[in-house]
Design a protein around this ligand. Structure first.
Ligand code: SF4
Length: 296
């Protein structure tokens, strides 16, 4: 596969990023899952040939040096701008290697993915969990596998992701669902949201995060890609999207307030967390208690 040079693998320290994380990590550049709505195609990120995955050169050597040099041990999140479990990972094992380094240096991991390949690394995630947080978020935007095949064409189906969630939860790895984006005029229905909440709870998820509203963001380049895909797959939705949003960046579903009410009620009924502050605290809490007890 192609490679790209990389000076760094980890971001600078954050006090509390998404899901309680302290550092962001990308071992790959680009993503081949083909999601029609992918924000990372936007011009602002300057990722050329986004749909071609490239590994970062000497990624694990660079990561090892960075972990050793960090003054603060923390939780590393991976999975934005590329999926750490792309098809090349099955043989390259860069993500697995990174998780093994986290085990060695006491760092935690938050993995955001759409791929069931993550179940391969359950043993390493369990090792991390002995000292720090180790959690997996599955992005699931539709409960309908046929629709999933259209909007996320090159990655496993939603059903396979629910099955992977169940597999990891059964091995005591804490998991959640990222329910975003929801595409206006395509899958922004109460039926879809309630089905995802129900199946997530049945599969052992502990939280679902859906952001502040249900919708999609559209920036330059991504917008054109998305509208071309809509025209091909859902012509009526393409017309409605152009009419409703024009050049807007935040495209909230016209039903977002009602959907959010239904979502929060369903999560409450199922005992699932859905506010980011609560989820982050839930992820960090067992290890903060452990560290405090060592100080007494
Ligand atoms: S998995 Fe994520 S990064 Fe990859 S194409 Fe889909 S939305 Fe983009």
């Amino acid at each position: 596969m192609q490679t790209v040079p990389a000076k760094t693998i980890l971001s600078a320290y954050m006090a509390c990023g998404w899901f309680g994380s302290h550092y962001n990590m990308n071992l790959y550049r680009g993503c081949c899952h083909g999601c029609i709505y992918c924000d990372s195609r936007s011009d602002c990120y300057h990722v050329e040939n986004f749909d071609t995955v490239r590994a970062k050169e000497s990624a694990l050597e660079t990561l090892r040096a960075e972990l050793r040099a960090k003054r603060k041990v923390g939780i590393v999140i991976t999975g934005s701008m590329s999926d750490s479990y792309n098809p090349f990972e099955s043989t390259l094992k860069l993500t697995r290697g990174a998780l093994e380094l986290f085990t060695r240096y006491g760092f935690g991991a938050v993995v955001d993915t759409k791929s069931d390949l993550v179940t391969r690394d359950a043993d390493v995630l369990q090792s991390i969990a002995a000292r720090n947080a180790a959690v997996v978020n599955f992005t699931i935007t539709t409960a309908d596998d046929a629709l999933c095949r259209k909007i996320e064409p090159h990655v496993c189906t939603s059903s396979a992701r629910f099955a992977a969630l169940r597999t990891l939860s059964a091995q005591r790895i804490r998991c959640g669902v990222l329910l975003m984006p929801l595409l206006p005029f395509v899958n922004d229905t109460e039926e879809n949201i309630l089905a995802i909440v129900h199946r997530a709870a049945q599969s052992g998820a502990q939280w679902i995060y859906a952001g502040d509203y249900f919708g999609v963001t559209l920036r330059q380049n991504q917008r054109e890609y998305y509208l071309r895909a809509l025209e091909r797959l859902f012509p009526d939705a393409a017309v409605s999207t152009c009419r409703q949003y024009g050049q807007q960046y935040s495209c909230a579903s016209p039903h977002s307030p009602r959907l959010m009410d239904a979502f929060t009620r369903a999560c409450d009924d199922a005992g699932l967390l859905y506010r980011m502050d609560d989820i982050a605290a839930h992820i960090r809490r067992p290890y903060e208690t452990q560290q405090l007890s060592l100080l007494r």
